[in-house]
Design a protein around this ligand. Structure first.
Ligand SMILES: NC(=O)c1ccc[n+]([C@@H]2O[C@H](COP(=O)([O-])OP(=O)(O)OC[C@H]3O[C@@H](n4cnc5c(N)ncnc54)[C@H](O)[C@@H]3O)[C@@H](O)[C@H]2O)c1
Length: 295
C-alpha cells in the first residue's frame, strides 16, 4: 500500500494525513474547502514543528512528511491511485452516503474504503457502495498523531481479508488497532458517552457542582480530565448526536441524553469551540472558570 487518500482536512483529517505521511505513505488530502485544506496543512506543519522542538523528529523528517502530502478539492482526482481511502468528513449520514457512492465510482476496484465516523453504521455506509466487503471503520482518536488507539470496526459484510489488512496497516503507523463489531457507538463511545451523560445528569440533579464532579473523577478515578471538561472538549453537540444514535439504535432509555445537555446545545453552548460549555473558555482553553451556577 503506497497511496492513501484522506477525505476531509478538519480536526481528524489533518491528523490522519499527518500520521500516514510521517510513516512514509503518499497522502492525497481532499476537502471541498480550499480554506480547510490550508488550515489543515498549517496545523500539520505546526504539529511537526512542535515534534522537532521536542527532538522527536528531525527537520529533514518534517520536510519529508510535508512532501508526502498533496492536496485536492476533487474526490475523483485525489483517489485515482489510492489503495486506501480514509474518510473523515463532517459527521452527517446523508453526506457520508453521498461521499461513499462517489468513492465507489471513482476508486480502483481493489481500493479499501475506510471511515473515521464516530457513530454512523459501517454496514449502512457499506450498503451505499458496490463493495460492502471492502468498507470498514477506522476510528482514530483525537489528537491522531499522539493517541495510540485505532478502533477497527467490522461492518456486517466486511471481509476477514480487509479487516486483517487494516489491522496490520494500523500497526505500521505505530498504533494499537482493536477489532470491534458494528453496533451503535461501537465500543469507545458506547462506554464513554453514558459516563459523560451520567456526569451531566448528576449536575442536573443538583448532587454536586461542576468542579466537584470533575474533581471526584480526576482524583478518585485517576482520569486525566473530568467528564464535564471532556464533554466540553469533545463538543456538547457531538456528545448529544452520539447519544441520540445509541438511543435510537438500541431503543433503550439508558442512552437518553440528559435534558440539560439538550438545553445547552439548543442554547448554542457547545463547549470549547463556542467559548462556553460547563466551563468558560473566553479567556483560556484551560477550564479554571465554571460558566454558571447549574443547580
Ligand atoms: N473531532 C473528534 O474528536 C473526532 C474523533 C473521532 C472521530 N471523529 C469523526 O471524524 C470525522 C471528522 O470529524 P472532524 O472533527 O475532523 O470534523 P471537522 O468539522 O473538523 O472537519 C470536517 C471536514 O470535512 C470537510 N468536508 C465536508 N464535506 C466534504 C466533502 N463532501 N468532501 C470533502 N470534505 C468535506 C469540511 O470542509 C471539513 O474540513 C467525523 O465523522 C467525526 O465523527 C471526530
Amino acid at each position: 500500500m503506497k497511496n492513501v487518500a484522506v477525505i476531509g482536512a478538519g480536526t481528524m483529517g489533518n491528523g490522519i494525513a499527518h500520521t500516514f505521511a510521517q510513516s512514509g505513505f503518499k497522502v492525497q488530502l481532499i476537502d471541498i474547502s480550499e480554506a480547510s485544506l490550508k488550515r489543515g496543512m498549517d496545523t500539520i506543519a505546526k504539529n511537526l514543528d512542535r515534534m522537532v522542538a521536542k527532538e522527536k523528529i528531525t527537520e529533514a523528517e518534517k520536510s519529508e512528511t510535508l512532501g508526502n502530502i498533496e492536496t485536492f478539492t476533487s474526490i475523483a482526482e485525489g483517489v485515482e491511485y489510492a489503495s486506501l481511502v480514509v474518510e473523515a468528513a463532517t459527521e452527517n449520514l446523508d453526506l457520508k452516503l453521498k461521499i461513499f457512492k462517489e468513492l465507489d465510482e471513482a476508486c480502483p476496484e481493489d481500493t479499501i474504503l475506510a471511515t473515521n465516523t464516530s457513530s454512523i453504521s459501517i454496514t449502512q455506509i457499506g450498503a451505499a457502495t458496490s463493495r460492502p466487503e471492502m468498507v470498514i471503520g477506522m476510528h482514530f482518536m483525537n489528537p491522531v498523531p499522539i493517541m495510540k488507539l485505532v478502533e477497527i470496526i467490522r461492518g456486517y459484510n466486511t471481509s476477514d481479508d480487509v479487516t486483517n489488512t487494516i489491522m496490520e496497516l494500523s500497526k505500521t503507523l505505530g498504533k494499537v488497532p482493536t477489532e470491534v463489531n458494528d453496533y451503535p457507538g461501537f465500543v469507545a463511545n458506547r462506554i464513554l458517552m453514558p459516563m459523560l451523560n451520567e456526569a451531566i445528569e448528576t449536575l442536573y440533579n443538583g448532587v454536586a457542582g461542576v468542579t466537584e464532579i470533575d474533581t471526584v473523577m480526576k482524583l478518585g478515578m485517576a482520569h486525566p480530565m473530568g467528564p464535564l471538561q471532556l464533554a466540553d472538549f469533545i463538543g456538547l453537540d457531538v456528545c448529544l448526536s452520539i447519544l441520540n444514535v445509541m438511543y435510537d439504535g438500541f431503543k433503550n432509555p439508558k442512552y437518553a441524553p440528559c435534558p440539560l445537555l439538550v438545553n445547552m446545545v439548543m442554547a448554542g453552548k457547545l463547549g470549547v469551540k463556542s467559548g462556553e460549555g460547563f466551563y468558560d473558555y473566553s479567556e483560556s482553553r484551560k477550564a479554571e472558570k465554571v460558566a454558571k451556577q447549574f443547580a
